[in-house]
Design a binder for this molecule. Sequence first.
Ligand code: BG6
Length: 502
Amino acid sequence: MATAQENPLLEGLQLRRMPDPCILVIFGASGDLTKRKLFPALYSLAYRRLLPDNFSVVGIARTEETDDEFRQRMKEAVQQFGRDEFRDDVWESLADGVRYLAADFSDSKGLDRLVDVVNELDDERKTGGNRLYYLAIPPSAFETVVEAMGKRRKAEGWRRLIVEKPFGHDLESARHLNSVIEHHFEEREVFRIDHYLGKETVQNMLALRFANGIFEPIWNRQFVDHVQITVAESIGIESRASYYEQAGAIRDIFQNHMLQLLAITAMEPPIDFTADSVRNEKVKVLRAIHTPGPKSVVRGQYGRGYIEGEEVAGYREEEGVDPQSMTETYVAAKLYVDNWRWADTPFYVRMGKRLPRRETTIAIEFKRAPHPPFEELAAEGLQPNVLLVHVQPDEGVSLAIGAKVPGQGLTIRTVHMDFLYGGAFRTGLPEAYERLILDAMLGDATLFTRIDEVEEQWSLVDAIVAAWVRDRPAFPNYPAGTWGPPSADELLRRDGRSWRTH
Ligand code: BG6
């Protein structure tokens, strides 16, 4: 097998060390995540020869399937969801080490069998006892698995635990889960996924802020008027009613992805880029977020409407959803980070399903020029400077500035200086899961959430949700295909501001 250094596909990418040979054990392997994200990510890693020699996978789930059937299904999933061309030789090299076990992981017999399969594979493929356990299962099933895997520790090799979200349902359940994990695994062996941290553009926020001298001096309350973060999706809840009815937008997106985006935007420069330094700074931001009052939080639920010209059902009409459901599919909030850098600077955040388009952006809106001599001459009103980070789609960064319109006179109009990933770099963007799986194999937890961050995130959510029991908004309050309820616009209008439209 060629080494990473000889691989021409790696040109332009920073080379890192190769992970040790290991076995990835996926609990919940028959689920959507394995098919849509994990196998396509593993294939892309194999395609770039970033996987260690003898890398192996054991999928475990209740569904009856043979090794061959499982491999065939995963092959089709890679063909359907993968981002790279499909090559038989790459797939075969990966599929060679793939096994499947149909077993119930809530019973210890099933788990004993798993241990046998993994040990045999370990001997056969010389993976040195290194194990990566991936929990793609509901939190209610974590306990037995964590305990069983914790107890059946091998003397040689390392073991790590990747935990998918949701990590609990509130602060108390998150603490309970953690106490179970803590009993068997050390914190440095635990990798809690927030896949937004694996997105290139989210990491680029760190590069933008801390690798450039020009932004940091103005990244504070003196120059920034406010920040807007949007996580908009045009999809509905797809087939996840039973999960979503319990979660709602606040637990599904706000508790994790949104608060992490905010933390990365607002954090102080870390002293280095080790996992602890970065997470120490993020947790300080999370701790400093002031609990918003009820007037600063808006919730919404979509009704029937149109997405790209097609009529779609309202949330309460979706299969598996209670027709009287009070679950929110939209949240907007005004948050304050109570520290020296950000005091009195609002962070407006919004997230929702069935909004007009898929868009995740972080907009830093700067204060206006102190004395604009061109005011009357501006064509569309002189706009403030905005640094817009397009997390997805059209990944890139743009800076809105005022420029003179060519011709006689002095008319000013807003133009954009754009950096687009597609244009600037030859390589396509990796999927978040490629980065995260590889980092976990390397034992690098920088892009995973530490338990104290998770706890801070839940404390804030618990406080917001506690205030919700007191009132019942008239749901549905926004038609599918619109930008959320009118009260969300009102939230900004009260402050003399409005949500960005592009
Ligand atoms: C998941 C949520 O964490 O993130 C989903 O559970 C949501 O509801 C998804 O659709 C969005 O991820 P992405 O990468 O498509 O923005």
